[in-house]
Design a protein around this ligand. Structure first.
Ligand code: BGC
Length: 275
């Protein structure tokens, strides 16, 4: 299936048409800077602009940097606070004039990485994808199945959300050397390992491209490997999530049609019985 996958981030909104079967991009990745302030209306306009530039008519799916449940945003750590409780799927669909599906950015990147990337070897057991960017995102998989909307970037470390201490934005803000960043990130991973003991940590997001610069500082027992699809996982995974939603919608429509048919059939039968 071909779907427009969109990765919505704090600095850029990136999208491409994806063949969900192969994970290949069918068009060049297009990037538009995230508007400032990134309010729902401004972001919706930027998404519309991206869809128009790509010239796409069809299903669209986005990874979004917050908890998204049933199309509604429930956290706003690194996005404009006006997003809280915004029905993002509705706002985006109305602006674009086509159906837009939305899920958490780390979850969708995780879906792509488990299917096409480093996670292929971890279809049994507990795999954890951690994205290191402006925030820290997490996606938990048990036997390849996703536990949605975990927010492990917000476990407390030194009295604050861990992402304040060791996201890539903390490294930049504090001008940390990669070695020092690695030490901080290792504290975080050790804490997570103590609580949840995954079989593997797969690192995605911007900082994972520099894995070689901090990997020597990591002392956790589980293997730590960089994501393979790197900055494309967000786009590919969003499209894969879109495919799941399109299929679900078809199933629901089929079930509703069958229910309707059954109801009509039984009404007809009871009328006949009465006659
Ligand atoms: C948000 C998560 C998001 C992560 C990465 C965190 O601040 O709370 O929902 O997945 O950043 O963007």
């Amino acid at each position: 299936m071909e779907i427009l996958g969109v990765d919505i981030g704090g600095s850029g909104i990136k999208g491409a048409i994806v063949d969900t079967k192969t994970g290949e991009l069918k068009t060049e990745r297009l990037r538009i800077p995230t508007p400032k302030p990134a309010t729902p209306e401004a972001m919706a306009e930027t998404l519309k602009e991206l869809v128009t530039q790509i010239g796409w008519k069809g299903p669209i799916a986005c990874g979004f940097p917050a908890r998204v449940v049933n199309g509604v945003v429930y956290t706003a750590a690194n996005i404009d606070k006006s997003w809280l409780e915004t029905p993002v799927e509705k706002v985006f669909s109305d602006a674009v004039g086509q159906e837009v599906f939305v899920a958490n950015d780390a979850d969708v990147a995780g879906i792509a990485e488990m299917h096409f990337g480093a996670g292929r070897a971890y279809q049994r057991g507990k795999a954890m994808v951690i994205t290191i960017g402006t925030g820290i995102g997490s996606a938990l998989f048990l036997d390849g199945k996703l536990y949605t909307n975990s927010e492990l970037g917000h476990v407390l470390l030194h009295g604050d959300s861990a992402e304040r201490y060791c996201a890539d934005s903390a490294r930049e803000r504090e001008g940390l050397k990669w070695k020092d960043f690695g030490k901080r990130f290792n504290e975080y991973l050790s804490h997570i390992e103590f609580i949840l003991a995954p079989d593997v940590f797969i690192l995605g997001g911007g900082a994972s491209k520099k894995f070689d610069k901090f990997k020597d500082e990591l002392t956790v027992k589980a293997p730590v490997i960089p994501a393979e699809s790197l900055n494309l996982a967000g786009i590919i995974g969003a499209a894969m999530y879109g495919e799941i939603r399109v299929k679900q919608a078809k199933e629901l429509a089929k079930e509703a049609k069958e229910k309707d048919k059954d109801e009509k059939g039984s009404k007809k039968k009871s009328r006949k019985d009465k006659e």
